[in-house]
Design a protein around this ligand. Structure first.
Ligand SMILES: Cc1ncc(COP(=O)(O)O)c(C=O)c1O
Length: 445
């Protein structure tokens, strides 16, 4: 282990990580896949620590969740205060101030008509997506949903029907929600239509949506189009300019609702509060989770009021959704993102990271593509023939853990870089150096 060692670790603690991993193997379902071999004991800012006191630079923030870093004092105080006041009340039983406060704060940051919108709080990203799909089908009274390959919308059976980033999630689960149709996400580095560049294709992926609307999806049957403004789990894929705008136009023409799944992209990660802002569009519904709860489980579906107002009382709800402690943690996190100007900071550090990888591309030809916005960056590793380096990416990610950095992959072979937005340039540089040194160990023969 080459990670920095915390000298205060006692000899008793030295066996703890291994012991925990053994206990985990005996009792926790094997389907929970671990990208690293690290057992996290505590977190502080941009660092995680194992039971032996080894320090790890967290380059993935619990999957784009700890936007303000681990155990931020303001978030900890908010959790402590609320836990001493009211832990649970259930939103169907009575009215909850933290719930209203968080929804108001979210609306204030939302684009266009969503500023006067209404939201339902739930427990996770999957549930936020379920809520959006149910709302779209209910208010339009239409059955079909259009989604994209390479997208991830969650693993519950409804959300999974839209998820199409890997067949791994769907194995033996086919016959999901009927009426879901997929067309290709504009993954320009590996263009599904084999165009050389986005300039050349004239948004051919949008043409495939149009084609679907004349072949398999009757426009009057389309309840909504669900899209990640940047595909997350699918590989941190940034669509070309004009793509989201074209989807907005199709929705306006057909009467379908545009649902932006901002579970991973939302709340400052891309340098804007919502990634749809980069495309200059307003969706009808936004799904949020991950960073929303400041580290506690919380999701939201925020929709235009005229849509939410059509949904009758009790049509949707959940016992824990909008839990007061999670809402207070989320509010504190939102305040930090805004007050400490973490969004422009994310843009600056994100550009710095991308430039560092671009400069290294010549020396490390395994780096096939560098893409992203703000602190949502994908570094795609390739084989000499240009195919995804999917055979070695897992080993590379695990090795990075042993060098003191926590990372995961996304897509077939991209390194997913999503550190807390509070990361400094120096810390970012340290992380990039470690990543490059590990890539160097796996260079092509
Ligand atoms: C874009 C997107 N939507 C939905 C989900 C599902 O969220 P959860 O894991 O909280 O159910 C995820 C999770 O990674 C996601 O990235």
């Amino acid at each position: 282990m080459n990670a920095n060692s915390n000298q205060s670790a006692s000899s008793e603690e030295l066996i703890s990580s291994q012991a925990l991993i053994k206990r985990d193997a005996d009792s926790v379902a094997g389907t929970i896949y671990r990208y690293t071999d690290i057992a996290f004991q505590r977190g502080d800012g941009v660092y995680l620590y194992d039971f032996e006191g080894h320090r790890y630079l967290d380059f993935v923030s619990g999957i784009a969740t700890m936007n303000v870093g681990h155990c931020h004092p303001q978030v900890v105080d908010a959790i402590r205060d609320q836990a001493q006041t009211l832990i649970h009340g259930a939103s169907h039983v009575g009215y909850l101030e933290p719930y209203v406060d968080l929804v108001e704060a979210l609306k204030a940051t939302a684009p266009g008509d969503l500023q006067s919108g209404k939201a339902i709080l739930v427990n996770s990203g999957s549930e936020a997506v379920e809520t959006a799909i149910k709302l779209a089908r209910f208010v339009t009274n239409r059955p079909m949903i259009l989604a994209f390959t390479d997208s991830f919308h969650g693993r519950s059976m409804g959300a999974l029907s839209m998820t199409a980033s890997s067949t791994l999630f769907r194995q033996r689960l086919s016959s999901l929600l009927p009426g879901v149709h997929h067309t290709p996400y504009p993954y320009c580095f590996r263009c599904p239509l084999k165009y050389a560049s986005p300039e050349e294709c004239d948004l051919a992926c949008v043409n495939l949506v149009e084609k679907a609307l004349t072949s398999v999806v009757p426009p009057d049957d389309l309840a909504g189009i669900i899209v990640e403004p940047i595909a997350g789990e699918g590989g941190y894929i940034v669509p070309p300019e004009g793509f989201l705008f074209a989807l907005r136009e199709i929705c306006d023409r057909t009467g379908a609702l545009l649902i932006a799944d901002e579970v991973q992209t939302g709340l400052g990660r891309t340098g804007k509060m919502f990634a749809v802002e980069h495309g200059g569009i307003e969706p009808d519904i936004i799904c949020l989770a991950k960073a929303l709860g400041g580290g506690l489980p919380l999701g939201a579906a925020l929709a235009k009021s005229e849509l939410m107002d059509k949904w009758p009382p009790a049509a949707q709800g959940t016992t824990f959704g909008g839990n007061p402690v999670a809402c207070r943690a989320g509010l504190a996190s939102l305040e930090i993102i805004q007050q400490q100007e973490l969004m422009p900071h994310a843009v600056e550090v994100g550009e710095f990271i991308q430039k560092r990888f671009m400069a290294a591309q010549k020396e490390f030809p395994m780096i096939g593509d560098i893409r992203g916005t703000g602190l949502m960056i994908g570094v795609e590793l390739v084989n000499p023939d240009g195919s995804p380096a999917d055979e070695i990416i897992k080993a590379i990610i695990k090795e990075m853990g042993s060098k003191g950095i926590v990372l995961t992959k996304c897509g077939a072979s991209a390194i997913r870089i999503a550190p807390p937005l509070i990361i400094s340039k120096e810390q970012a540089a340290e992380g990039v150096d470690i990543i490059l040194s590990v890539i160097g160990n796996h260079q092509w023969e």
